[in-house]
Design a protein around this ligand. Structure first.
Ligand SMILES: O=C(O)CCC(=O)C(=O)O
Length: 411
């Protein structure tokens, strides 16, 4: 790791004067002073303890501000302060021939800055984390023997695969023209599975998203994870884990059983993953059909959905059109039209009004008698399939095996 600091300092401004530190009066002068002291320490000789101490104070003070009140009300200036604190902390960790543990801590610090902070200095934390990851890769070459065994274990699953009735099956089309998709599906809001439109994605061919591959590009990255079988359950929660921890705990089921003795369920379901890990974003493409939308390409939200067999997204609807692309494993999906909303018993609360109270595959017929009368379409989505879920269409999703899908929300 001896050369690490020279790579890091090459992306920092050359001197204190050219290092920007401008804040509005929302940030107290005592905090700005701490930031300036950390900046000075970047360019002069001092002890690593002193550098670390200052940076940690900035991180701790701003962290408290980020966690006071609701997220919506947190001033962006405090998110910038937090990002600077993380930057100074990474510099303190990596300055003097850091150990592997210190570099891992620096990666985690960058991720926290990326997740909770605001972008600073041309998104310098993103550039830093790439440098740190490449350094870690250099030192971690020959550790994959045991992982080959793990992959085999991950594939042993016996899912309950529902048989799809022909008259309820979502229709399939192979690479329809834009015009045909627009006329037959987008305008009348009719679901369809598009085949053959993502075969060129590197995620499906050049470097398929195996567990090995995900570990190599993102293993040490810290990401938010949903814990629990479905977000409507009382014991559902969110936590932060590295991708390696998530894989060990929830995909490979190492050393863990849930309270009822079954497999613990965790879902890496989030939109930041592709901004955080650009290597994964480079493996996918925005479907051409999104050009039929009125908005800008930048307005398309790309979500990752990575989890073990048995993860369930309860029946819910979203306010945008959706292309759900299956990359790894398969999923059982049911769709209901928004016209049948009154038979689906949405929750009353504002927070969950887009989610049905009914457990789709095990409905309580006494509480929800109309549910059985609601017509639906269904499918098993396989790798390479892309399901068009029209805006507001209710969808229920259950993974049948370890699964990774990518969704594109567009309008
Ligand atoms: O795949 C899933 O579990 C849920 C996908 C979903 O709800 C969506 O793309 O909107």
């Amino acid at each position: 790791m001896a050369l690490l600091w020279s790579r890091i300092s090459s992306i920092l401004p050359p001197n204190e004067e050219q290092f920007p530190l401008q804040f509005s009066d929302k940030v107290e002068s005592s905090v700005v002073e701490m930031l300036k002291r950390s900046r000075r320490q970047l360019y002069c000789d001092t002890t690593s303890t002193s550098r670390m101490l200052n940076a940690q104070i900035v991180v701790d003070i701003s962290w408290e501000r980020l966690n006071t009140g609701t997220w919506r009300d947190v001033d962006k200036e405090w998110r910038r302060v937090y990002a600077y604190g993380c930057l100074f902390k990474v510099a303190a960790l990596c300055r003097e021939n850091p150990s592997e543990d210190e570099v891992l801590q620096a990666v985690r610090t960058c991720d926290m800055g990326l997740l909770m902070g605001a972008a600073i200095m041309d998104n310098i934390l993103q550039v830093l984390v790439r440098i740190l990851q490449s350094e870690l890769r250099k030192t971690a070459k020959d550790e994959d023997e045991s992982e080959h065994v793990e992959i085999k274990r991950a594939k042993i699953v016996s899912p309950h695969v529902p048989s799809i009735k022909e008259d309820l099956a979502i229709p399939r089309m192979k690479c329809p023209s834009l015009e045909s998709f627009n006329t037959n599906h987008l305008i009348p809001l009719k679901p369809v599975i598009l085949e053959g439109i993502v075969d060129h994605w590197p995620a499906l061919n050049k470097h398929p998203w195996s567990i090995d591959y995900l570990r190599s590009v993102a293993g040490c990255r810290t990401v938010p994870v949903e814990v629990g079988s479905r977000y409507t359950d009382v014991d559902w929660s969110q936590t932060l884990l590295t991708v390696n921890q998530f894989i060990d705990r929830y995909i490979l089921n190492k050393d863990q059983t849930s309270q009822d003795g079954g497999k613990p369920l965790g879902y890496l379901a989030q939109h930041q993953l592709f901004d955080q890990v650009p290597e994964l974003k480079e493996d996918i493409r925005i479907p051409d059909y999104c050009c039929l939308c009125e908005g800008d390409e930048d307005d398309i939200t790309v979500n990752a959905w990575f989890g073990p067999a048995g993860t369930v997204s309860p029946l819910h609807q979203d306010p945008q059109q959706n292309f759900l692309a299956q990359v790894v494993g398969s999923k059982y999906i049911r769709l209901y039209s928004p016209e049948d909303t009154d038979k689906l018993y949405p929750h009353q609360s504002q927070l969950l009004h887009n989610t049905s109270q009914v457990e789709v595959e095990n409905p309580d017929v006494e509480r929800f008698p109309e549910f059985a009368k609601a017509p639906y379409l269904e499918c098993v989505l396989q790798p390479g399939d892309v399901l068009f879920i029209p805006v507001k269409h209710w969808h229920y999703v259950r993974s049948l095996e370890v699964s990774f899908s990518v969704s594109f929300w567009w309008s």
